[in-house]
Design a protein around this ligand. Structure first.
Ligand code: CMC
Length: 432
């Protein structure tokens, strides 16, 4: 990071401390507090890291007020329209759009790693049939470090590269097999003549007893969903991957930690929760009741697919997703899908309601994605695994960036201790 030329002055009880101020390429200035504890003997307090930059990064930028998302500087809308998922993977991993030759080489490398070690099948078979596919994924991805020993040395750049390619390549196979296992169908092996999204759809929906033709409308929609979810700067699961990686843990273990974090309904699990909510609402006349519940402080219910820590404007991914939902359902001839009608009406009503307007709560990426995934034929339990497949490249790009960053240390937050002060042990017979 470049030397800072500006300082902020902190006054604690009349004593002044100079803190360097860094100017990013985009976004607000960042006050560097790394020496604060050593010099002033104070910590900063920021639960949920609402005002804390945990790292310097060159990968993804979000302007929450403008509703803008850039991957390596390129707007998400342009990538969703003109690019495709594997090209976006290259961009996120290496920083630039690939030349035609680089793209071909990258696609070949990813395609050649799509199979899983045959022994890994037994891991799947050890789970209960009714296990949530996310539970299976956390376990199987964690187990990858037991199978791919030759790519767990984080200090070897070549091994880091192989681990990255392996994870991007194998994650669709893992998610598809978690799904197949849960519905009692045979595992379908990857096919290297198909593009990334088509291969994933085939592994999910083909059966050995008949031919399976991938519908190009669905594979384009799948690819776009993957592109829109590929990275999102320092979100909870990415920060989990970085924190796990900061101790020197191997990349498979770190990504397994990221998958576990993603599962929560406030994060990636919101796509499943959102479609289930839209189905539960069922008809537009029931919307006001759900809006009332979302506003009630005594009711834990939240409008799923609404609100975001960073976006205080439309989530640009939600805009593309809404348009994509219209297109896909139109091409499939199911544009009168009742869930889509409920979603649009719910969005309209919420965006006119003072509660949502004043708190700047807009639809996020999860609001419309489930409708497309449902139209493709996925059960809701597969929505978050698909998010995990798509986000793997973001996690691994951020992990690689962290390992190469000389300024990174083991992640070790401090605390504001509000427990008991020091006290002496009391013998059991003396306790009241
Ligand atoms: N429904 C009703 N009220 C909400 C909602 C919602 N979906 N989201 C936020 N609020 C209210 C919240 O109660 C709070 O009110 P008050 O200031 O009166 O206490 C205010 O808005 C600010 O919310 P917050 O919880 O302090 O904000 P946060 O940045 O900590 O949380 C969030 C962000 C995404 C967790 C939250 O908006 C939420 O729970 N949304 C629903 C779940 C969801 O859709 N998650 C997907 C996020 S996008 C994809 C991803 O990251 O994986």
């Amino acid at each position: 990071m470049a030397e800072s030329t500006r300082n902020a002055t902190l006054n604690i009880d009349g004593k002044l401390y100079e803190l360097p101020v860094h100017s990013p390429t985009l976004g607000p200035d960042v006050i560097d507090i790394r020496k604060l504890y050593a010099e002033a003997d104070v910590f900063t307090y920021d639960p949920g890291y609402t005002s804390t930059a945990s790292c310097a990064s060159t990968i993804t930028y979000i302007d929450g007020d403008q509703g803008e998302l850039l991957y390596r500087g390129y707007p998400i809308e342009q990538l969703a329209e003109k690019s495709h998922f594997l090209e976006v993977c290259f961009l996120l991993l290496y920083g630039e759009l690939p030349t035609a030759a680089q793209l071909e080489d990258f696609e070949t490398r990813v395609t050649r790693h799509t199979m899983l070690h045959e022994q890994m099948q037994y891991f799947f078979r050890g789970f209960r049939r009714d296990a949530h596919p996310m539970a299976t994924m956390v376990g199987v991805v964690g187990a990858m470090s037991a199978f791919y020993h030759d790519s767990t040395d984080i200090n070897d750049p070549w091994q880091r590269e192989v681990a990255a390619i392996r994870m991007i390549a194998k994650m669709p196979t893992i998610a598809a097999w978690a799904f197949k296992y849960s519905i009692g169908q045979p595992f379908i092996y990857p096919r290297n003549d198909l593009d990334y999204a088509s291969n994933f759809l085939r592994m999910c929906f083909a059966v050995p007893c008949e031919e399976y033709e991938v519908n190009p409308v669905l594979s384009r929609a799948m690819d776009r969903i993957m592109t829109l979810h590929a990275d999102h700067e320092q979100n909870a699961s990415t920060s989990t991957v970085r924190l796990a990686g900061s101790s020197g843990a191997n990349p498979f273990a770190c990504i397994a930690a990221g998958i576990a974090c993603l599962w929560g309904p406030a994060h990636g699990g919101a796509n499943q929760a959102c479609l289930e909510m839209l189905r539960e609402i069922g008809t537009p006349d029931r919307i006001p009741d759900y809006i009332r519940r979302a506003k009630d402080k005594d009711d834990p219910f939240r409008l799923m697919g609404f609100g975001h820590r960073v976006y205080k404007n439309f989530d640009p991914r939600a805009k593309v997703m809404k348009q994509s939902a219209d297109e896909v359902l139109g091409l499939l001839g199911i544009e009168n899908n009742p869930t889509l009608q409920v979603a649009k009406e719910l969005e309209r009503i919420a965006l006119e309601d003072d509660y949502f307007v004043s708190k700047k709560l807009y639809p996020n990426v999860d609001f419309y994605s489930g409708i497309i995934l449902d139209a493709i034929g996925f059960p809701t339990a597969m929505f978050t695994p698909i998010f995990a497949v798509s986000r793997t490249v973001g996690w691994i790009s951020q992990w690689k960036e962290m390992i190469a960053d000389k300024e990174q240390k083991i992640g070790r937050p401090r605390q504001l201790y509000i427990g008991k002060p020091r006290r002496n042990y009391i013998e059991v017979e003396d306790r009241r």
